[in-house]
Design a protein around this ligand. Structure first.
Ligand SMILES: O=C(O)CCC(=O)C(=O)O
Ligand SMILES: [Fe+2]
Length: 277
């Protein structure tokens, strides 16, 4: 498969049978058509929050200066407002990302999982995140934390997704014990250092404003934007990938032996949710 389907008016059953369960990416053109976020632009943010301070990956910055920096189309990557929970940065915009598309329900990341640190870690992932930047590449080729699926909605500008199915992992130079590849810019790899990467086959697709991409659990991805880009990401975990989440937590836990006992609880919680909710 070297292309990604683009679907409109996709029913939940079709999504589940053709994409969610087989773990196949898909672009959905109308999943968030009713969102007020459909009309977000850089100028909307500049006018609504001119003096708001933002924590970007280049430090604290006024919204007005941030918008200037990400709309000037410069060759050097500007600041990136990256992976920030919408409810923390723009709490007054939560109703702009409603209603929740059926594709990302049920979502088990919210809720109480008995152990505070686990509950906090899952709940943190349960919040929709904002990515706002100018022309650049995403800083890392990666898979998402906790084995979640990602639902990436583009609100402004185009975004090229560069994705690798899980079976390409042998060619991707995963950094030991992390979810990141050593390769940063997949279009300019150092093939002397990473010769196997020449064998990796990417699937590329452009997501346009208004469209959403479903990125299944375990698929490697990075992105490139040709100009100003604003998107949100919903992480999803439910019966379709709960076992991945439990495995992921097991493999990254500080105390694997203790976690093995707790993982029985997590697996049962998933079982009960799938039966009774
Ligand atoms: O929206 C993007 O450019 C990529 C987002 C992503 O992969 C992530 O936040 O994990
Ligand atoms: Fe990601």
């Amino acid at each position: 498969m070297l292309t990604v389907d683009r679907r409109t008016n996709l029913s939940y059953e079709e999504f589940k049978n053709e994409y969610l369960i087989p773990r196949k990416p898909v672009i959905i053109t109308d999943a968030t058509a009713a969102w007020k976020a459909s009309t977000w632009t850089p100028e909307f943010f500049r006018e609504r929050y001119p003096d708001k301070m933002l924590s970007t990956d280049q430090g604290e910055m006024r919204m007005g200066d941030f918008i200037d920096a990400i709309t000037n189309n410069s060759d050097t990557p500007g600041p990136f407002l990256r992976e920030q929970p919408l409810k923390d940065v723009f709490p007054d915009l939560i109703d702009h990302v409603e209603p929740t598309p059926s594709y990302v329900t049920p979502n088990w990341l919210g809720g109480n999982y008995l152990v505070g640190s686990v509950t906090r870690r899952l709940n943190r992932e349960s919040h929709i995140e904002v990515n706002f930047c100018g022309r650049r590449i995403f800083p890392y080729l990666h898979i998402d934390d906790l084995g979640v699926h990602a639902f990436i909605t583009q609100h402004y500008g185009d975004k090229e997704l560069i994705i690798y199915p899980p079976d390409q992992e042998p060619f991707l130079y995963r950094k030991p014990d992390t979810r990141f590849s050593e390769i940063v810019d997949v279009d300019n790899p150092d093939l002397e250092k990473y010769p196997l990467f020449a064998k990796a086959t990417a699937i590329r697709v452009v997501v346009k404003a208004g469209e959403s991409a479903f990125m299944p659990s375990g698929w490697w991805h990075t992105t490139r934007v040709p100009g100003t880009s604003l998107s949100t990401v919903i992480s999803l975990s439910n019966a379709s990938n709960w076992a991945d989440l439990v495995d992921y937590m097991q493999n990254t836990s500080y105390s694997p032996r203790l976690f093995r006992i707790y993982s029985l609880y997590l697996k049962s919680a998933g079982y009960l949710k799938s039966r009774f909710s």
